[in-house]
Structures are given as C-alpha cells and as structure tokens.
Ligand binder design. Structure first.
Ligand code: HEM
Length: 490
C-alpha cells in the first residue's frame, strides 16, 4: 500500500486527480447531509483520505483493536470517521452488530471497496441484492451445504494429504503461510471448481496472488501500481477460465457433469430454471469472488493455528490426542477421514473457534446506507458507509469472561450463553458466510494431517502479526518441520 505511494512521481499525479475528484464527491455527500442534525461524534479527518492511512497503519501494526477502542472510549460505541474515501459510521457492540448485520438490503447494501469490485467483478454475490442475490446464493449453497459437502470429505482428505507431502518433502524448513495458501488454493480449485490440471492451477495461483495484493492497494490505475497489475491479472484469469466454463456448460447439456459436480456447474445449471438466464460474466465474477472469499480466509485461520500449536505444547498434545483417538477407533480398512470422524474433532474445532474469537481473520466489513437511518440516538445519512467490527463483542468482558485469556473450553461449557450477533467470525444475518462449513472441514482435515504426521517449531518465536488486512505472521511463519515416523495407522 505505502509501496504504491513511493513508486514514482508519475504515480502521484493520478492520485492527486483521484483525490481532488473524490474530495468533491465527499464534500457533496457531506453537504447533502447538512439537514442531518445528529451525526455521531468523531473525526472525519482530511477530505477523501479521512482517517484511512491512520487506520491502515494501525492495522499493519496489529493495533486495529486499539484504534477502535481508543475511539469508543472518546466518542462512544457509535462514532464517525472516514475510511477508503467515504464518510463512515463505525458501530460496535452486540446491539450494533444486530442492527447492521440483521438489517436487509433496503437499509444497508453490501458494499466493498472499489479495488475489490473492480478486480473481482460487479456481478457477484457481494455486489448483488434482491431476487438475483437470492438466486445465485441458493445455487452456491446447494453445493456448500453439509448434506452435499459430506460426499467430498474423502476427496479433500486425499488432496490435502498429497499436497502436504509434496510441498514438504525433503525440506526441513517451510514458510507455513505459503504452505497453507498453496493447500487451500488447491482444495478450492479442485473441490469447489473442478479444475484438476496442475499447470492451470499453478497459473491461476500466480494470478490470484497478484489479484489478492491489488485488493488491498490504492485504486490507482496507472502502469506499475498494484491495482493495475491486479486488473491485468483479472484479464488473464478470465482468458484462462472462459474455455473451462464453456466446456462445463457443454458437458452439463450432454449430461457428462451435473449441477452438484462443482460450484461452477451449480451456477451454470441456473440457466435452464430462470427467466433471465445466468450469463458467463456472472459465472466468471462469482468464480473470482468465491476464490478470494474461500482461499485466504481459511489459509489465515490455519496459519494462526500452526503458530498457536507451536507456542502451546499442551494444546498441540490435546489436539494430537484427539486426532490419534479418532484413528485408533477407526473400523475396517478405510484409509480416509470420514464425515463422522470430522464430527468427532470437537476439541480441535474449539481451538479454532477460540483463535477466531481473539484474532478473527475478518476484522470487520462495510455496508452502505441505502436510505437515511438512525441508531443509538444518532443519524446515519444515506450514502454513508457503515463498518461493523468483530472485536467490539469478541473482546467484551460482559460477553466473554476474561476475554483476553485463550480458553477453548468456553465453547464447550459456556458459563452463560453467547448472545446472538456477539460471536461473529463468519458474520451473521442474511450475509453470513456460506462457506463456514467448507472452511471448518478443510481446517480440521489439514490439522489432522499436520498433528498426526509432523512436529514443528517456530524459527522466530517472537514473530509479530501484521494485518494485510488478514492477521498473518509478518515473516510468513517459517517453521522447522519434522515428520513423526512412529505413529501406527498413519
Ligand atoms: C475461516 C474461514 C472463513 C472466514 C473466517 C470467513 C468469514 C466471512 C465473513 C466474516 C463473511 C461476512 C462478510 C460480511 O458480512 O460482509 C463472509 C461471507 C462470505 N463468505 Fe466466508 N469465511 C471463511 C471461509 C469461506 C469459504 C471457505 C467460502 C467458500 C467456500 C466463503 C464464502 C463466503 C461468501 C460467498 C460470503 C458472502 C455471503 C453473502 O454475501 O451472502 N467463506 N465470510
């Protein structure tokens, strides 16, 4: 992000133009709101830039929670700021989460920063509302619901075991973040999208890596910027994927594949059932969006788990015990994990839940007020952004006792029930994550293979976390990895 600013003087010229133009838009938005009497307290900072750089700097230093809590202390749980070029109201707390996440499209539209919509496209779930949103979401959910996913456990298990083996073979040290990104990308390509060709997968991974970086840059379309490189990567992804999508369409008509074969097929199958058939553009944009939504989030959770397990041998041992017990109770000659075995991984998942409580992969997300509304006694003008954050409830001592203590057992026997909209690593309400079950299975299978086959230690036990915007170890988490040779049934 700051690298973009430094590239060259040439880069700054379009930035100035964008800033001047956007400042005018920004001032117009504010002017329009002159009738609004009671805006939340807080600072809008400079026009357009607002408090963006300050916020991103805090995120980069893993101080996002502190950035929010300083303002909550100063202004209260609902406060105004300006982020990513637009006036923004940040709403914290359980009632606030319920208001933002529980409201429908008529009050808040799902709204992503320009970089996301330009790179992932404008025809996917995050950008859609109304009947089209429901239709496309239903097609994806038909593949992602547990009843369907349980048929893919064996496939995922095979893929993950092979990938972990091939990527760590003859290596004493690996960067765990890269390893997890490679594994989750491979699973998404193969299981979600039915792409099996290794060369295509490698090319796609290269371009998606460029696209991921561009999503968190300044939206300056100029040679050399991350954003321009991201748009070029999008072009290459489209050229590579078009023939694959066309072929699946033909195969679907011939009955060679069927809607539940993968997510692309389930989207293409919509063509026959709707008055307004699904377009290739819609399939493409939803493919790109889903790849972005599914891959980095799970890789992030897994990287944090690898870090936690290396730092806390007691938790590593308890998870390993659970996983070995599952293997020892296995009947017959089955070599693969089963759906039932996944359901037995209760402690392992509680560790993941507790990690996502303290360090959620998704810090928060934007909405846009579709009409004037109000919350907590303050007005929220039409056109303003609203930002919900997980930390407002995840670290609240009235909801979670000793909120900074890492204690997976709080998800086993909670002393008091967790209220709705308080634990939200996957969001909540209408726009709640539809891939949570896929993410859960993938995480548990990877951890199963890691703890039953490997021991590892951190190269730098003091490695810091940096939010980019996901909270990744800043050096990519290099680990010394050692295979465990003695376990039976492994
Ligand atoms: C640990 C893994 C994951 C985490 C922490 C996570 C988190 C989230 C969160 C917080 C949201 C809500 C965003 C908002 O309200 O603006 C969301 C939405 C979404 N996620 Fe996930 N996610 C994960 C894995 C996945 C996977 C594996 C997939 C796909 C297979 C996926 C697909 C989606 C989609 C499509 C949405 C948008 C839903 C909608 O707008 O209706 N996610 N995710």
């Amino acid at each position: 992000m700051l690298g973009d600013l430094k590239t060259s003087l040439g880069t700054l010229l379009p930035l100035i133009a964008v800033t001047v133009f956007s400042s005018l838009v920004f001032l117009t938005l504010l002017k329009k709101n002159h009738k609004v009497k009671n805006l939340p307290k807080g600072s809008l900072g400079l026009p357009y830039i607002g408090e963006t750089l300050n916020f991103l700097r805090a995120q980069n230093q893993n101080q996002g929670v502190e950035w929010i809590s300083e303002r909550v202390t100063k202004y209260g749980p609902v406060f105004k700021t300006s982020l990513m070029g637009a006036p923004t109201v940040i709403i914290t707390g359980q009632a606030g989460n319920k208001f933002v996440l529980g409201s429908d499209d008529e009050i808040f539209a799902s709204k992503q920063p320009k970089t996301i919509s330009e790179i992932s496209g404008k025809h996917h779930l995050f950008e859609l509302t109304g009947a089209r949103y429901k239709l496309i979401k239903a097609a994806m959910v038909s593949f992602l619901k547990p009843e369907c996913l349980q048929h893919y456990v064996k496939h995922m298990d095979d893929l993950i075991a092979k990938k972990l083996h091939s990527e760590t073979k003859d290596r004493d040290t690996v960067k765990a973040v890269d390893l997890m990104k490679i594994v989750t990308f491979d699973v998404a390509c193969t299981v979600l999208f039915g792409i099996h060709d290794e060369t295509i997968k490698n090319d796609l991974l290269r371009d998606f890596t460029i696209a991921f970086t561009a999503i968190w840059s300044l939206p300056i379309n100029f040679p050399g910027t991350h954003f321009r490189k991201g748009l070029e990567a999008r072009g290459r992804i489209i050229r590579r994927m078009s023939p694959i999508i066309m072929k699946k369409k033909e195969d679907l008509t011939k009955g060679i594949v069927y809607p539940k074969t993968d997510v692309i097929c389930s989207l293409l199958a919509l063509t026959e059932d709707t008055e307004e058939p699904i377009t290739e553009q819609e399939v493409m944009d939803n493919f790109i969006m889903l790849m972005i939504a599914s891959h980095d989030t799970s890789a992030n959770l897994l990287s944090l788990m690898i870090m936690k397990l290396a730092k806390d041998p007691k938790i590593y041992e308890k998870i390993r015990e659970e996983q070995l017990r599952i293997l020892s109770e296995r009947q017959g000659a089955n070599e693969n994990l089963t759906w039932n075995e996944i359901q037995k991984m209760k402690y392992t998942w509680r560790v993941a839940q507790e990690l996502m409580r303290i360090t959620p992969p998704v810090f928060g997300s934007f909405r846009k007020a579709v009409k004037d509304t109000s919350f907590g006694g303050y007005d929220i003008p039409k056109g303003w952004q609203v930002f919900w954050v997980a930390c407002g409830t995840h670290l609240n001592k009235d909801i979670f006792d000793n909120p900074t203590t890492f204690d997976p057992s709080r998800f086993e026997h909670p002393l008091k029930p967790i209220p709705p909209y308080a634990y939200i690593p996957f969001g909540a309400g209408t726009r709640m994550c539809i891939g949570n079950e896929f993410g859960r299975i993938e995480t548990l299978v990877v951890i199963h293979h890691l703890v039953t086959k490997f021991e590892w230690s951190l190269v730098d036990p003091n490695e810091a976390i940096k939010c980019q915007p996901f909270p990744y170890p800043s050096l990519g988490l290099p680990i010394n990895l050692k295979p465990i040779l003695s376990s039976s049934k492994i």
